[in-house]
Write a protein that binds this ligand. Structure first.
Ligand code: PEP
Ligand code: MN
Length: 335
């Protein structure tokens, strides 16, 4: 249920609504809007009588919220959420398409810095790179761990790029929170509820990747776990889903973008690299994603992909990344 206040409502009126909700044993969530304040009611059982609130001064409307993903839903929060990094230097969910780029994994300081300089030149605003890698094989490179995070901090210092990097489990979340600007949760962990709750307690935005076989309802409920712990800074990432095709690693579900935008106020980012699994499809998918009005792209770039320790075949060469950015600029939707 959403209680919408009049523009003229005072802080006192808003507090009275919150007190009433709490006196019923439910949870109140204040949602400041561009025009007026609204208060979301959480943990209320089933149908609730609007008359419980309509007598309070300043209340304009009481709207039932039908979706189980209350905080994620646009019913509860009609305005788009924007996520701001630094002093508003980068805004995700604003007017401009934000590009995050870098290698799948941080392999060395030189590798990370060389690639970071290239992607910065191309126009990326964030550097991506895993320090903890969730690999299908236990024998594959698992990431540099803490050392990788220290390298990422150096990348930020030297280039000014913001950092997005993955927390693969609950135990590394403290470290990742400390070093990153955005905490990534990978496709394999979309339903790792303990990790989602921990990310919900973080004071950094979370980029949540869609599970490779997840429905959008499941994706929204995963985001709800994060938000229900108090972190409203969630970015939803479509990265391709498992289908029967052999011509790509996954199938990029671009239908998801307009659907998510309709259902949710959260920013949406597309990852064409993990969807494609092969370099030749990444730029066309990036262009297509941009055309859907997505808020950002996260793209793998490597300066020596043949020797990359993970995801080389889908990594763009730096020159290709620059071409992609030029294409996006020509489409007049990139910065
Ligand atoms: C990654 O970003 O390198 C990654 C492992 O992504 P995903 O979780 O989408 O497979
Ligand atoms: Mn990867």
């Amino acid at each position: 249920m959403l209680i919408v206040m009049r523009q003229s409502a005072s802080d006192h009126d808003v507090q009275k609504v919150i007190d009433r909700i709490e006196s019923l044993g439910w949870e109140a969530k204040k949602i400041p809007g561009e025009e007026r304040v609204a208060i979301g009611v959480l943990r209320n059982p089933g149908q609730t009588d609007p008359a419980l609130f309509l007598d309070i001064a300043g209340v304009r409307d009481v709207i039932p919220v039908s979706k189980p993903y209350k905080l994620v839903s646009r019913e509860m929060h009609p305005d788009n959420t924007t996520i701001s990094l630094g002093d508003g230097e980068v805004v995700i969910g604003g007017d401009r398409l934000v590009v995050m780029a870098g290698p799948c994994a941080v392999e060395s300081e030189k590798q990370a810095l060389d690639i970071a300089r290239e992607v910065k030149k191309g126009g990326a605003l964030l550097f991506r790179g895993g320090a903890f890698k969730p690999r299908s094989s236990p024998y594959s490179f698992q990431g540099l761990g803490r050392k990788g995070l220290e390298i990422l901090a150096k990348v930020r210092e030297e280039t000014g790029l913001f950092i997005v990097t993955e927390a693969t489990d609950h135990d590394v979340c403290d470290l990742v929170e400390e070093f990153s600007d955005i905490i990534q949760i990978g496709t394999r962990n979309m339903q790792n509820y303990r990790l989602l709750r921990r990310a919900g307690q973080a004071r950094k935005p979370v980029l949540l990747k869609r599970g490779m076989s997840a429905t959008l309802d499941e994706f929204f409920m995963a985001a709800e776990y994060i938000m229900s712990e108090g972190n409203s800074q969630v970015i939803l990432c479509e990265r391709g889903i498992r289908t029967f095709v052999k011509h790509s690693r996954n199938t990029l579900d671009l239908n998801a973008v307009p659907f998510i935008k309709r259902e949710s106020h959260l920013p949406v980012v597309v990852d064409p690299s993990h969807a494609a699994g092969r370099r030749d499809q990444v730029i066309p998918l990036a262009r297509a994603a941009a055309a859907t009005g997505v808020d950002g792209l996260i793209v793998e770039v490597h300066n020596d992909p043949d020797r990359a320790l993970s995801d080389g075949p889908q990594s763009l060469y730096p020159e290709q990344f620059s071409e992609m950015m030029q294409d996006l600029r020509r489409m007049n939707i990139a910065m």
